[in-house]
Design a protein around this ligand. Structure first.
Ligand code: MN
Length: 254
């Protein structure tokens, strides 16, 4: 199982969340929302070989935390993963669009200047704007659009620009979500939960919940569940090996 976008540090009991994911042998990308959170969150996963920590500056916090960009730049040599970063175009946060864009562009420029990273990207109601930023920074690394919910035209554009996609359990429930799963390039898909922010039936999702996605992906892709699991793990290996960053952490699925 793979949970390529989870906020392990934001569960009520982060140590328990890490322990359960580790015991279930799940590959987790543990994303952070601020550079200041990175030290503590990466320490949580110390000794857990399948958990990697990403350095982030969440678009919903950009207006409050933009002064942490210098810290972001100083910490980036320690990881090959960036996230959660991006843009949020929902009404509540659209008023901060200018500062969000400035922060996201800075993150992409810093990543490019340090050889590129794997980036877990938030693009809610801002798909075109995110793709515009990515096009201006082709050396930033490999973008993974997390919880992608854009239009089919945006998906085609994202594919053309080299994006990957991480998809969560609720997508398997709706017909529109299943249609998107069928259309995504299978060699650029990973699973995720966005827990504990994302919930299912009122319960915050956990990395273990990615297991429930195998049957849905198997049916969408016309493959058996074992082949889906192989495909996803192969994708993770290829992705994590694709950024030859001069950093201290090894590829995710090494
Ligand atoms: Mn998230």
């Amino acid at each position: 199982m793979i949970d390529f976008h989870c906020h392990l540090d934001l569960y009520p009991d982060p140590e328990a969340a890490v322990r359960q994911a580790d015991e279930a042998r799940i590959y987790v990308l543990s994303v952070t929302t601020t550079p200041k959170a990175w030290r503590g969150t990466s320490a949580l996963a110390r000794g857990c070989g399948r958990i990697r920590t990403a350095l982030g500056l969440h678009p919903q916090l950009a207006h409050e935390r933009h002064s942490e960009l210098a810290l972001f730049e100083g910490l980036l040599p320690e990881t090959r993963y960036v996230g959660e970063v991006g843009l949020d175009g929902t009404p509540e946060f659209r008023i901060h669009a200018a500062i969000q864009k400035r922060v996201f562009e800075a993150v992409l420029a810093i990543s490019a200047s340090q050889g590129g990273r794997i980036l877990s990207i938030h693009s809610r109601r801002a798909g075109d704007e995110v793709l515009d930023c990515l096009r201006r920074h082709p050396d930033a690394g490999i973008p993974v659009l997390h919880w992608f919910s854009g239009s089919k035209a945006q998906m085609r554009r994202a594919v053309d620009q080299g994006c990957w996609f991480s998809v969560g359990p609720p997508m398997t429930r709706s017909e529109s979500g299943r249609a998107l799963l069928r259309d995504l390039p299978r060699d650029r898909v990973l699973t995720e939960t966005d827990g504990p922010f994302a919930a299912d039936n009122g319960r915050p999702l956990k990395p273990q919940d990615t297991g429930a996605m195998a049957p849905a992906l198997a049916s969408a892709w016309g493959m058996d569940e074992a082949a889906v699991a192989d495909r996803l793990l192969g994708n993770l290996r290829r992705l994590s090996g694709s950024v030859q960053a001069l950093v201290s952490d090894p590829p995710h699925a090494a």
